[in-house]
Design a protein around this ligand. Structure first.
Ligand code: F6R
Ligand code: ZN
Length: 194
């Protein structure tokens, strides 16, 4: 994440809920199927999508609030509706590098699931709708899955020093995958955890 200027003054931004865009914004980070090739389970479907030009899965926008004394960051994420091999579009999911760093997520549009998991495999899934605000304790990996038909938009507040650790999720995924079955989101045990 780029650094915002340090001026020790209060900063406010304006969020456009339907798009997840806010102004001013320091950084836009688009994530496509090719960025999530280790995350989705159907490797043939991933290859086919990449061969035919790739697809945008989600966009993250950041504004780090940096002062001389403390530093928070604001992020919004918009996850578009869709599936890869029946697995709903989702964020990569990560642990924070620092094991004392929590986070707050606030769903402002769409419907989905927040998946939380410890390194030992303790797993919690929270159903999301607009207005849901979730606390993510330190040492819980977190991923959001869009199970609806409109873009899912959420706001994240965290410490800029938290860091992102994707390694375990790239290797094993979350304990459960959320697949579309007969038009309904269904939790299925991830074979990489069995
Ligand atoms: C920051 C945070 C969010 C995510 C964003 C994308 O700690 O949790 O800003 O970074 O929702 O998810 P990932 O990073 O898992 O691709
Ligand atoms: Zn995080």
């Amino acid at each position: 994440m780029k650094n915002a200027p340090v001026n020790n003054q209060p900063i406010s931004v304006k969020l456009d809920i339907p798009t997840g865009e806010f102004t001013p914004c320091m950084e836009l980070d688009p994530r496509k199927v090719s960025h999530l090739s280790k995350m989705f389970s159907d490797k043939a479907a991933i290859e086919e999508i990449i061969r035919s030009g790739d697809r945008l899965v989600y966009e993250i926008r950041y504004y780090p609030f940096i002062t001389d004394h403390s530093d928070m960051a604001l992020g919004t994420t918009v996850i578009f509706p869709g599936t890869v091999g029946g697995e709903y579009y989702m964020t990569k999911g990560h642990f924070h590098e620092r094991n004392d760093q929590p986070e707050v997520y606030h769903c402002v549009q769409g419907e989905g699931v927040l998946q939380l998991m410890t390194r030992q495999g303790e797993y919690v899934a929270v159903k999301w709708e607009p207005g849901t605000i979730s606390h993510i304790p330190p040492q819980f990996a977190h991923r959001v899955v869009n199970t609806g038909s409109v873009p899912l938009v959420f706001v994240a507040v965290f410490h800029v020093a938290a860091g992102h650790d994707y390694a375990l999720i790239e290797e094993r995924g979350f304990k459960y995958m959320i697949l579309e079955k007969n038009g309904q989101p269904t939790e299925v045990l991830n074979p990489r955890w069995s």
